[in-house]
Design a protein around this ligand. Structure first.
Ligand code: BGC
Length: 901
């Protein structure tokens, strides 16, 4: 037995590492059986010798072990191996070695210049510039070649006619004024001996393109520009550096006439530049590149995951909604673009528009795109089959409307193929159950994440937003972390958030911040004067919106809990503390002011004013304030900051007292009497134990009054089922989950939804489309029930950070007779499947090596015979509690008590 799956900073053999103390992780694999690691020994070395020998470290974690050796050298290959010991002093073999390579660690090692097209006067989308240069290799053979790349804007890089890397929309989005992401590529196989050429085309992307609904552009700069450094190492030990500089050549006379994230791309194939990235290409018609000033932003190695193409979708239906208007249905709402395959005469123009739904007459519904043009145009060069995919844009869509200006051209289903793109996270969670609608709901939740975890956690992938809305990230965090490994995705986004933290300590509404920045204002004429008052903070660029900004405290904690690496808390601590200080400063006797977005899109919100939340805004703000203070206390505790922990505990106590005095009646009725008010109070532990029963009763009454239908918005929805389970009413949670009538989770599924909708009423049979001013069919928030499905129906959660201790506790309920769930934890795969047949209950589960599991066997009593590896801990009203060692188990009981109403 030896450790396997060795990862550095969560990647297999990564390049470009720039963190001084990267993290190491490994697994023990199925062969390890019941092995429990009691110690490890880890060695890191270079060609010149060992740089870190951890010695024997008595630690059972095999995840988030941080390097503590000699300072790294730039561009150096490090090799590491690890072995582990069990509690009986038996050592495993040493693992196979894993590697990581450092990037350019010092800013002054970047030798190149930022280059681009001659600065333009216009403030409008311009043709994409293409840049190139030639270089000659030394006579010695190339041992390895690395390309380090970054841009203000987006790039596609080529060496000798070959595309570098598989990432798209690279290098992604960050606050470019402060931090630019650089990517390291292994280009050894692309560099040829002798003459070579390297080049790139540039898109405006988030750097200088349109962002947000007011069609403002150039948030970070006016023109896209590029910084490349190619490092070649020869077998004789010599090195060569090729970088972007004033000798590069540039042209904007290429085929990409326009390409913007929101608007799409216009591509004229007649203007293609030919083999422009080959050395023999004649670039005499090009001109000299412009050198842009280095504004001194930090250059950081881009954290995984890159945005990549993850799937292709075939057309499932093709028809004409009007003569010559071809509609392709790809069967799945998604983010990405299409590959267009055509054969048409030179000059033929294809116009493609992208929508998420269709109107009654079969035409594509484009009403919800607002100012985003979301249109790709392709003009043929002629002479045979042509294939086009856009370069610097993406769309959110299921349907494609294609119009060709030549009626004679044959349009077929395979003219269009859907290319799905997403920040390519490792899929970790799976869930399915006996109800096909609920299984489809899970698929819709996953597709919602695929469509919205794209560079940053966006609200929607289609209209003129696609922004990293803090609230949307907060609501969906727990579910996101079940479906996919989001550890580094959020590590990076938390940098975006703290980069844009306001001087007051408050966080902006979106990160990277294009809202609070420069005094963004909501369109005041669209909302009532009262809301203008309520929204004070957000309207005037002050951020700090309750349930949105709180992600700055909640996200680091959730990521710590799921993956067990306290570094995320350490890195975020000052920023979190500054936010909580802001909340204290802004509060009056521990009560947060009456402002913010409220329980956004709750079914009871007035259609004429989205900002008038039925759950009082000050109640919401104060609930989050208390929760933040609680999490700060826990965080300080984990980091060993005892005095801080005590101070935050006192703060939390005071806020909870103020909350109860202000918003909770002596008999447990909450101000507003809304489902969300009860859920926040119970979910965030604001109610003294003695009163909890009454508050739960009122929550249940609030549901019964609506005939067991939900009325929650963004803030209440994630808590709905989990709070019911927490207080012993899983039966009602099942009832809500399985509700088919509007409003419910299954109503959209029954209407054919393939992603989660922004509103419960994004479309209803009675009223058709919801308010087009804000109506996406691909939003994550309502999908936040996924976490409860995985933990309570499925039965998998963590009992200790990072799943070092697992909790297996499925609670069967009326309406579902089986469920199968799995989760790829840092320690290996956990799986649970169960089925019921009358009172019989069968529970199968797997506990990975080097963990233990707390197991609840629903309905069983102490007489149940337990297999080797499982010991009984106690009996409760819902079943027996056991502890299981690593292994694969099957348990049967005939006394199931299904959660019943
Ligand atoms: C976004 C949201 C966001 C909200 C804030 C919307 O336009 O798409 O999901 O949280 O604004 O009010």
């Amino acid at each position: 037995m030896r450790p396997i799956k060795l990862k550095t900073n969560h990647q297999f053999n990564p390049l470009g590492i720039d963190s001084p103390q990267p993290s190491f992780s490994w697994q023990l694999g199925e062969d390890a059986g019941r092995f429990q690691q009691s110690a490890f020994e880890l060695r890191v070395q270079t060609e010149s010798g060992v740089v870190w020998d951890s010695g024997v470290v008595a630690q059972s974690q095999s995840h988030a072990i941080h390097y503590a050796g000699a300072t790294f050298e730039s561009q150096t290959l490090y090799c590491w191996t690890v072995r582990v010991r069990d509690s009986d002093e038996n050592w495993s073999d040493w693992s196979e070695p894993a590697t990581f390579e450092t990037g350019l660690l010092q800013r002054d090692e970047w030798q190149g210049q930022w280059i681009g097209e001659t600065p333009r006067m216009e403030s409008a989308a311009m043709p994409a510039p293409t840049l190139r240069s030639k270089f000659k290799t030394e006579p010695s053979a190339v041992k390895k070649a690395r390309l380090y790349a970054t841009a203000g804007g987006l790039y596609e890089i080529f060496i000798n006619g070959e595309r570098v890397g598989e990432d798209v929309l690279a290098p992604g989005w960050s606050n470019y004024d402060k931090r630019r992401q650089a990517i390291a590529y292994d280009v050894t196989s692309l560099v040829e001996s002798g003459e070579n050429a390297i080049g790139a085309s540039l898109g405006e992307g988030w750097f200088c393109g349109y962002l947000f609904y007011k069609r403002e552009r150039e948030f970070y700069g006016k023109d896209p520009h590029l910084l490349l450094q190619l490092e070649i190492e020869y077998t004789d030990g010599t090195r060569q550096t090729v970088c972007t500089d004033e000798n590069w050549r540039v042209t904007s006379d290429g085929p990409i006439l326009m390409s913007g994230v929101y608007d799409g791309e216009v591509y004229d194939a007649r203007k293609e530049l030919g083999d422009w990235s080959l050395s023999e290409y004649d670039d005499s018609a090009w001109h000299t590149a412009h050198v842009y000033e280095d504004k001194g932003a930090q250059l950081v190695n881009k954290l995984k995951p890159p945005i990549q193409q993850i799937e292709e979708l075939k057309t499932i239906e093709l028809y004409e909604s009007a003569p010559g208007v071809h509609v392709f249905n790809l069967g799945q709402n998604m983010a990405g673009w299409v590959r267009l395959k055509v054969n048409a005469p030179r000059g033929t123009r294809f116009t493609l528009k992208f929508g998420e739904w269709v109107n009654d007459d079969g035409s594509v519904y484009l009403g919800n795109l607002r100012t985003a043009k979301s249109t790709d145009t392709y003009i043929c060069k002629g002479g045979g089959e042509e294939i086009f995919e856009p370069h610097f844009t993406y769309h959110g869509f299921q349907y494609v409307e294609l119009v060709c200006d030549n009626d004679a051209v044959v349009i077929e289903p395979d003219t269009v193929t859907g290319i799905v793109i997403c920040s390519d996270m490792e899929q970790t969670g799976t869930f399915e159950c006996s109800d096909p609608l609920v299984s489809r709901l899970q698929q819709n939740i996953v597709w919602g994440q695929r469509g919205n975890f794209l560079a940053v956690p966006t609200g929607c992938p289609n209209r003129d937003e696609r922004l990293g809305w803090t609230g949307d990230a907060l609501m969906f965090l727990g579910t996101a972390a079940f479906n996919y490994n989001v550890e580094t995705f959020f590590e990076k986004w938390l940098c975006d958030l703290s980069d844009d933290q306001l001087a007051s300590g408050s966080y902006p509404d979106v990160a990277p911040d294009v809202a609070c920045k420069d005094g963004f204002h909501w369109p005041i004429d669209a909302i009532s004067p009262l809301s203008v008052k309520i929204l004070r903070g957000s309207l005037y660029g002050e951020g700090g919106c309750a349930g949105w900004a709180d992600v700055g405290v909640i996200c680091p904690w959730v990521i710590y809990e799921r993956y067990g690496d306290a570094r995320i808390l350490e890195r975020s601590y000052d920023s979190m503390a500054a936010y909580v200080k802001f909340l204290e400063d802004e509060s009056n006797h521990f009560l947060r002011p009456f402002e913010g977005y409220g329980d956004w899109l709750s079914i009871d919100t007035s259609p004429s004013d989205l900002f008038l939340s039925p759950t009082p805004q000050d109640l919401i703000g104060t609930a989050f304030f208390a929760y933040d203070a609680d999490l700060m206390a826990k965080t300080a505790e984990v980091l060993g900051k005892k005095a801080d922990a005590e101070a935050y505990r006192t703060l939390a106590k005071n806020i909870k007292q103020a909350f109860c005095d202000e918003f909770v009646s002596a008999n447990g009725r909450l101000a507003g009497d809304t489902q969300t008010a009860y859920l926040l109070a119970l979910g965030y532990d604001l109610i003294p134990e003695a009163l909890q029963g009454r508050v739960v009763e009122n929550l249940v009454l609030s549901l019964e009054r609506r005939d067991w239908k939900l009325s929650t918005g963004f803030l209440g929805t994630p808590l709905l089922c989990s709070v019911l389970t927490k207080f012993g009413r899983t039966d009602i949670a099942y009832r809500l989950l399985l509700q088919k009538e509007y409003p419910s989770w299954l109503y959209p599924v029954l209407q054919g939804a393939t992603t989660m909708w922004e509103r419960w009423n994004s479309w209803t049979k009675e009223d058709g489309f919801g308010n087009t001013g804000m109506n996406s069919f691909n939003h994550c928030a309502c999908g936040a029930v996924g976490e409860w499905m995985a933990t309570t129906v499925g039965g998998i959660s963590f009992a200790e950070p990072g799943y070092k201790k697992v909790r297996i506790a499925p609670i069967p309920g009326e309406g579902i007779t089986w469920a199968k769930t799995s989760y790829a934890s840092p320690y290996g795969k956990i799986s649970v499947d169960w089925k019921t047949e009358g009172p019989a209950f069968e529970l199968n589960f797997t506990v990975p090596s080097n963990t233990t599991a707390e197991v609840l066997v629903s309905g069983a009593d102490a007489s149940l015979e337990l297999p080797d590896g499982i010991t009984l801990v106690g009996e409760t009203a819902s079943g027996i509690e056991c502890i299981a060692l690593p292994g694969v188990y099957r348990l049967n009981t005939s006394k199931l008590r299904v959660a019943q109403s």
